[in-house]
Design a binder for this molecule. Structure first.
Ligand code: MRU
Length: 369
């Protein structure tokens, strides 16, 4: 997508060929800064400290992390160490495991001195594939938006609510939840986005709002608790969120608070869609509440908040009493029964095992061993 009119991805090989570059998302929206990852340690840190985040981008960064690691030590022990170091960075987004498995499968049989080049090629392929997948998810979502539009008055605005950032910053480009929005906007359909601020890290307020501003998409940032109110008043036509891991039965694990949005949408008859790239399906599990590991993050993300002062200085302040405990589960699970449809690169899937397998029949046997 574009920043100041210039096309950008979220991750790319450095022009000197010795590193990979990323947008440091911990600095947005106040500062646009590019960070350089030169080592396995840099890549693992970028994922863990959330310089990069969002399930598809975590996977893409891990793939480049394998390249950086193979330049340092391409032995069998180096391969296995790199896999483990990157795997332990964040537990919920399954794209991480998917990308690391792809790298291990490709690199394992190769001679050590061929591994770095192969890892670099694979990382590039994973990135290009992600861009294509998201564009196709956009097409599937655009069809849904057009259908909703056909039932409204001509030129009436379509109001989409989204949670967290499942935008282009969370992927290599386009985003999953935002791809349909960008395509609709570019096609001249009047869309407006309700952007949940998404406490505690505020990915909605700081990242989704920044993206939509840059692309010129009308949007309004709201507190996380406002969505139900707007749904009750007919001011939300559809919800589109992303997912960090979706089970083969269609349970969707996404940023904490997504479940409450789905409940409110269900109560108000508002369709609830999820942008789902196939690498985000965990075909080995069925029950999301039972089987998806939920990342518990530092309590200070809850007790503190970061923002910019009038003089431009970015500061972090404490917002809770010193002695109060705080808990910080980063994701929750929305059961498939609350999901209207899964927007995949192969089209719209019913949120069920049969629905997913109808579009991905080659996965029928997966997870049976
Ligand atoms: O903790 P984050 O910022 O990595 O969480 C991101 C999300 O929850 C996204 O909605 C999800 O990864 C889908 S990204 C297309």
């Amino acid at each position: 997508m574009k920043i100041d009119g210039k096309p950008h991805r979220t991750i790319w090989p450095a022009p000197d060929g010795n590193a990979v570059e990323i947008i440091d998302q911990t600095k947005l929206p106040h500062l646009f800064e590019v960070a350089r990852l030169e080592t396995l340690k840099d890549a693992a840190h970028a994922i863990k400290a959330m310089l990069v985040r969002g399930a598809p981008l975590i996977g893409a960064t891990a793939a480049y992390g394998m390249w950086l690691a193979m330049r340092e030590d391409s032995s069998d022990a180096g391969l296995s160490n790199a896999y483990d170091r990157l795997y332990e960075t964040r537990p919920t987004a399954v794209n991480l495991r998917w990308a690391l498995d792809a790298a291990r499968t490709k690199l394992g049989p190769l001679a050590p001195d061929a591994r770095a080049d192969a890892a670099f090629t694979l990382a590039g392929e994973i990135c290009d594939e992600d861009v294509e997948i998201n564009r196709s998810i956009g097409e599937a979502g655009l069809a849904v938006i057009k259908d909703i539009q056909s039932r409204k008055k001509p030129r009436e605005t379509i109001n989409v609510l989204t949670h967290c950032n499942a935008g282009w910053l969370a992927t290599v480009d386009w985003g999953t939840a935002t791809a349909p929005i960008y395509l609709a906007h570019d096609a001249g359909i009047p869309v407006h986005v309700w952007v949940d601020e998404t406490r505690p890290r505020n990915q909605g307020a700081s990242l989704t709002a920044w993206e939509l501003s840059n692309h010129g998409v009308p949007h309004t940032v709201i507190v996380d608790n406002a969505g139900g109110h707007y749904m009750q008043h007919g001011m939300v036509d559809l919800v589109i969120t992303g997912t960090d891991r979706t089970t083969r039965a269609g349970d969707v694990c996404n940023k904490i608070g997504t479940y409450l949005k789905a409940l409110a949408a269900h109560d108000n008859g508002v369709p609830f869609y999820v942008g789902l790239p196939s690498p985000t399906v965990d075909w080995t599990i069925v029950d999301g509440v039972r089987d998806i590991p939920i990342e518990e993050r530092d309590f200070r993300e809850v007790t503190e908040i970061t923002g910019r002062l009038a003089d431009g200085k970015v500061v972090t302040v404490t917002i809770t009493p010193e002695k109060s405990a705080a808990a910080n589960p980063a994701f929750d699970v929305t059961p498939a029964r609350l999901v209207t449809g899964l927007l995949t690169e192969r089209g719209l899937a019913e949120p069920s095992e049969e629905g997913l397998l109808r579009l991905f029949p080659e996965m029928r046997q997966a997870g049976e061993d």
